[in-house]
Design a protein around this ligand. Sequence first.
Ligand code: SF4
Length: 437
Amino acid sequence: MIKNYLIMAASTNYMLRADQCLKEAGIKTLLVPAPSEYGSVCATAIKIEKEYLKKSKEVLEQKNIKLNGIYEDKPKKLIGLVEKLSKDMISDEFLNILKRIENGEELSFEEIVILLKAERKSEVGALFHAADQMRKEIVGDVVDIRGAIEFSNICRRNCKYCGIRKDIDINRYRMTEDEILEVVHEMNHMGLQTVILQSGEDIWWSSEKIISLLQRIKKETGMKITLSIGERPKEEYALYKKMGANNFLLKIETTNEEIFKFIHPDDDFNERVQCSKWLRELGYLNGSGNMIGLPGQRVEDIARDILFFKEMGINMIGIGPFLPVEGTPFEKYPTGSVEMTLKAVAVTRIVCKRVFIPATTALASIDTDGQTKALKAGANTIMLINTPPKYRYNYQIYTDKNMVDLESAYKAIKESNRILPPYIKKEDENAGDTKRQ
Ligand code: SF4
């Protein structure tokens, strides 16, 4: 039986207006990534409960909101999932959850915890298999490739885990606008469509300077832009959006407020969440993510993180292991587990469904096959590091950061039997037999 409906507005502006009008009329809404049949992979739908359908239609008509349509929110079934598994070594409890995934049912907090706690090889394998099938049906086989430029390693904050925190003794740099543009042009030449501009919270990069950079990138290359520059006032986020920024990445790292406070001595959990809400309201494709293996973190915390991503309508979710960095207060803490990170990737795919999940650089740094493993457990994106060599070794947000380049991306895509995006201009032999859409 259909319990919810999805409203697809004619544009992002209409979607945001529609969401606001519905909320003002007392209708509970949720912004969710649109299913593939109703819009592109970046599209956002407004989810409402069935009981509000009639009232929602009236409100939207009164307010002259242009819609593409209102559709039933059909459960995403994974036909044949359980049938394909060898069930001998899978407990009844675990099998029942897999059946619920197969039937397209929403998982509870307790069920998410059980999935994350899977330890038997057969159950972990079944979890990855379910996530991989969900990924295939929802976002297909193409691995999206994006490139990041770490344009400043100067930061005003002191996050205890971070290798570019304010109090750590490293060589600091700021790339000039011309240097950044030179790299952006190289990326454009490679065929990349999205540039990620990443930095510490460096307030020297004022809104005027960021806007000038955005305008030049748009004018000279037309590439999509993801900003990852930390917490800023809402007005600045709005300006960046107006001037061409498409996506924003602001990781929550953990939704456990005590752990958040412990690892972020000069930051506030509620402010971080508020920033994320503003970004969503402003129509950004909204990125977040968490770290696995933080001091004091429990499996239940990871389950709450995943539900937070779902409830916030996050479109890009970066999940990486905690990596201790020399010279930080956390240098002696143990590294996060690869397996738990992969399980978190898999459960996030199953719960959040149509989202971008990168096979993270952090994972590649502790396991040379980490990216391939993540691609087989539900991930569908790879982020290259395009920072010029003379700077990149000073952007060690964690020790021994693996430099993910096109070569290693090709390798991971090939090994996971996936497909290169059509926009990549292949120029070398190594990618010779990697499939392409
Ligand atoms: S995690 Fe981000 S905000 Fe915190 S110290 Fe590192 S760069 Fe700065």
